[in-house]
Design a protein around this ligand. Structure first.
Ligand SMILES: *[C@@H]1O[C@H](CO)[C@@H](O)[C@H](O)[C@H]1NC(C)=O
Ligand SMILES: *[C@@H]1O[C@H](CO)[C@@H](O)[C@H](O)[C@H]1NC(C)=O
Ligand SMILES: *[C@@H]1O[C@H](CO)[C@@H](O)[C@H](O)[C@H]1NC(C)=O
Ligand SMILES: *[C@@H]1O[C@H](CO)[C@@H](O)[C@H](O)[C@H]1NC(C)=O
Ligand SMILES: *[C@@H]1O[C@H](CO)[C@@H](O)[C@H](O)[C@H]1NC(C)=O
Ligand SMILES: *[C@@H]1O[C@H](CO)[C@@H](O)[C@H](O)[C@H]1NC(C)=O
Ligand SMILES: *[C@@H]1O[C@H](CO)[C@@H](O)[C@H](O)[C@H]1NC(C)=O
Ligand SMILES: *[C@@H]1O[C@H](CO)[C@@H](O)[C@H](O)[C@H]1NC(C)=O
Ligand SMILES: *[C@@H]1O[C@H](CO)[C@@H](O)[C@H](O)[C@H]1NC(C)=O
Ligand SMILES: *[C@@H]1O[C@H](CO)[C@@H](O)[C@H](O)[C@H]1NC(C)=O
Ligand SMILES: *[C@@H]1O[C@H](CO)[C@@H](O)[C@H](O)[C@H]1NC(C)=O
Ligand SMILES: *[C@@H]1O[C@H](CO)[C@@H](O)[C@H](O)[C@H]1NC(C)=O
Length: 472
């Protein structure tokens, strides 16, 4: 008697209330019957419940006994049953294209062994609460659940899913995806992004980050809160730009940090965007009208390693001097800008091999430098020593002559200057020799005059000048 009463209070009343209020949309928990409701000795594996109207239970079914059971319990196309719990179904595939389920509002298939779900719930199915927990399900067919427009609670916990099946896009769904040990974060992230989902059992929901996904370095089990952190990266981006997680940086004993890649290409920027989102390591500002690298010194640029600034109007890298980017950078891409002079001395103190397998790269192709002897002597020499690090070295040109930097010849460019200096030296040498000759001749004349008393040629032949009396 007491047992019966307790059973009634525990099971029947809540379920009844559930069924009674199924039209008030708010909180649905799925229809659920305990194993004790099963009748193992019945030939018919399904039966309608006595205490609850329009509800039925099936137990221990396989492909054949399920179809039979549904029929013998009068769960038919024009039947009355609205709530169904199938316990311990052993099926390789469960085909959910079942006309007899059309009237169901609460559908629960749990505690069985089902490999995959195929088919699709019929259009206009009224199922609002679907519990497919604890079946070891591995796959869902693409469209299995997409017709469930009234779905508000979906329990897929305790299965072996690697991805979240698709379900309706409009309207929010409470999703329980806990304890699917092979669930991939990419799929979960995608679901959270594209659908209105409230995750239930959040604290015990994890997903696997995959090796093949670029922003994860290794396979890791992540709590769902971190996957939601990834969503925030995309939501808190710079206006008109897009942000993506770049990599997960794991420091033992600390919360992992997601570094960020920002894409601001082709959004009519005139200067570098500031501030960048926290932990930005990559910035793409290709196809803008940026004229200077002034903002590289901004504190939000402190983690930046990759700067893609192709197709802009940048004229100098001078502003890199003293910035953190200067010591951090891995890629600096300045293709097709307006660089006239490239200050190689700025880069003289950095290592171009950061480690044996990680190098720095600078792209400078399709810039036209001002070329003179200095360019040939300094820039070209620097370039020749960095060919590995400047992959597009052969596309750097000159604005004042029609040659590539690689074709500049020091001997030609610096020749006229050399001729001039040599000429000066010749004149100076000739003048010095002339002077020495003159002094020697004058001294000789003087000595001859003193000893022999006459002046040698040509002094003797020179006409007397008015000032000669001074000497005499
Ligand atoms: C779904 O079924 C599982 C296993 O029987 C149960 O633990 C869980 O509470 C059910 N979920 C809902 C929302 O009813
Ligand atoms: C599940 O059903 C199968 C038969 O389909 C049966 O052999 C097995 O004992 C059942 N398991 C439980 C836990 O009832
Ligand atoms: C099955 O349902 C039909 C139509 O609702 C009803 O007439 C019939 O009595 C039911 N049979 C059983 C065994 O419940
Ligand atoms: C599922 O069942 C429906 C009809 O019962 C059938 O048309 C469909 O081909 C089945 N789907 C699969 C994948 O077996
Ligand atoms: C969905 O639910 C609403 C009320 O909650 C109901 O009016 C409507 O008929 C349902 N749609 C389907 C396809 O069952
Ligand atoms: C689901 O995964 C668990 C844990 O790896 C495994 O023990 C179980 O056999 C799998 N179930 C199925 C149906 O593959
Ligand atoms: C989902 O969560 C949001 C806030 O966390 C809440 O406002 C909303 O009502 C929830 N939706 C459902 C269907 O529970
Ligand atoms: C990525 O993994 C490799 C080895 O798999 C390791 O050497 C490297 O430090 C890791 N990098 C980061 C940022 O975690
Ligand atoms: C974003 O783009 C819109 C439309 O192109 C433009 O009006 C707006 O100024 C841009 N915002 C920023 C911060 O560049
Ligand atoms: C960056 O954004 C532009 C414009 O929105 C887009 O065309 C491009 O594909 C994006 N690039 C990457 C690498 O995401
Ligand atoms: C930067 O953006 C441009 C234009 O959207 C794109 O073509 C290029 O691939 C991007 N670069 C990188 C490294 O993502
Ligand atoms: C840059 O500015 C010029 C005019 O000053 C304009 O024609 C061009 O479209 C702009 N380019 C970009 C990528 O905004």
């Amino acid at each position: 008697m007491y047992v019966h009463l307790i059973f009634y209070i525990l099971i029947v009343i809540p379920t009844w209330c559930l069924l009674a209020e199924h039209d008030s949309t708010s909180e649905h928990r799925c229809f659920h019957q305990p194993a004790s409701e099963c009748r193992p000795n019945d030939l018919c594996r399904c039966h309608q419940l006595k205490d609850i109207k329009r509800a039925a239970v099936c137990c221990d079914v396989n492909k054949f006994t399920l179809t039979e059971g549904l029929a013998c319990a009068n769960i038919t196309v024009d039947g009355q049953v609205e709530a169904l719990h199938i316990r311990n179904a052993t099926l390789d595939v469960l085909n959910v294209t079942q006309p007899v389920w059309k009237r169901l509002k609460y559908m629960t298939i749990t505690d069985g062994q089902i490999n995959s779900l195929v088919g699709e719930f019929a259009k206009l199915s009224s199922v609002s609460c679907l519990n497919l927990s604890s079946n070891g399900i591995k796959n869902f067919a693409q469209r299995s659940l997409v017709n469930l427009f009234n779905l508000s609670f979906l329990d897929l916990s305790h299965n072996n899913l690697t991805s979240v099946p698709r379900f309706k896009k409009e309207g929010s769904v409470i999703l329980d995806i806990s304890d699917n040990p092979y669930m991939l974060c990419t799929s979960l992230l995608d679901t959270l992004k594209k659908r209105e989902v409230n995750v239930s059992n959040e604290d015990v929901t994890f997903c696997l980050s995959s090796k093949t996904f670029h922003w994860f370095n290794s396979t890791e089990k992540l709590p769902i809160s971190q996957v939601q952190g990834l969503l925030e990266i995309e939501e808190n981006c710079i206006e008109n730009c897009t942000c993506q997680p770049y990599r997960m940086e794991i420091v033992l004993g600390k919360q992992p940090i997601f570094s960020v890649a920002v894409n601001c290409s082709g959004v009519n920027l005139l200067s570098l965007p500031t501030p960048l989102p926290p932990h930005t390591v990559s910035l793409n500002i290709t196809n803008n009208n940026i004229t200077s690298l002034q903002e590289l010194g901004d504190p939000s640029y402190q983690h930046l390693m990759f700067l893609y600034a192709d197709n802009n109007q940048i004229s100098t890298i001078q502003q890199m001097e003293g910035t953190k980017f200067m010591s951090n950078f891995v890629v600096l891409s300045l293709k097709n800008n307006k660089i006239k002079e490239f200050e190689t001395y700025l880069l003289s103190n950095i290592k171009f091999y950061r480690t044996s397998d990680s190098m720095r790269y600078i792209n400078l192709g399709h810039n036209k430098l001002h070329c003179d002897c200095k360019t040939a002597k300094e820039f070209k020499v620097w370039l020749l020593s960095k060919l590995e690090h400047v992959p597009d070295y052969d596309a750097i040109g000159c604005d004042n002559m029609d040659v590539k930097i690689m074709e500049l010849e020091q001997t030609k460019l610096c020749q006229s200057q050399q001729d001039w200096t040599d000429y000066i030296y010749y004149i100076i040498t000739a003048e010095v020799l002339l002077l020495i000759g003159l002094i020697a001749k004058v001294s000789y004349d003087y000595w001859v005059f003193k000893t022999a008393g006459y002046l040698p040629w040509p002094a003797s032949k020179m006409p007397k000048l008015p000032c000669d009396w001074l000497c005499e």
